[in-house]
Design a protein around this ligand. Sequence first.
Ligand code: SF4
Ligand code: SF4
Length: 110
Amino acid sequence: MMAGDGGHGSIRLVEERCTSCMLCARECPSWCITIDSHTEPVPDLPPGTRERTQNVLDRFEIDWSLCMYCGICVEECPFDALAWEPAHTAAAPSALTLRHGIGELKGTNR
Ligand code: SF4
Ligand code: SF4
């Protein structure tokens, strides 16, 4: 799996690599990962090809108030869609605001 990039402060989601396979959520010992997805037909298949579907990620959340920073999710992801990030999650006024979604986990809403 992908090695960390210098620190274990928090976890980054590489959204385009995530297939919504749920493995990280199932293996997380704290049950602090929430994933929602739906399926859509794969576009632009060659004519005559049987229709296929793909998962589309709707929600990916980590609840930092429950995370133990064990790294199991990073290690278990078969698609290298999770990686350690050196920056720590900022302190929050309540546990509710420690639930970070796709924007925060991609580093775009920090
Ligand atoms: S680091 Fe461990 S506790 Fe935190 S989200 Fe990943 S598997 Fe769960
Ligand atoms: S294990 Fe990886 S690909 Fe599967 S849902 Fe988790 S982050 Fe996405």
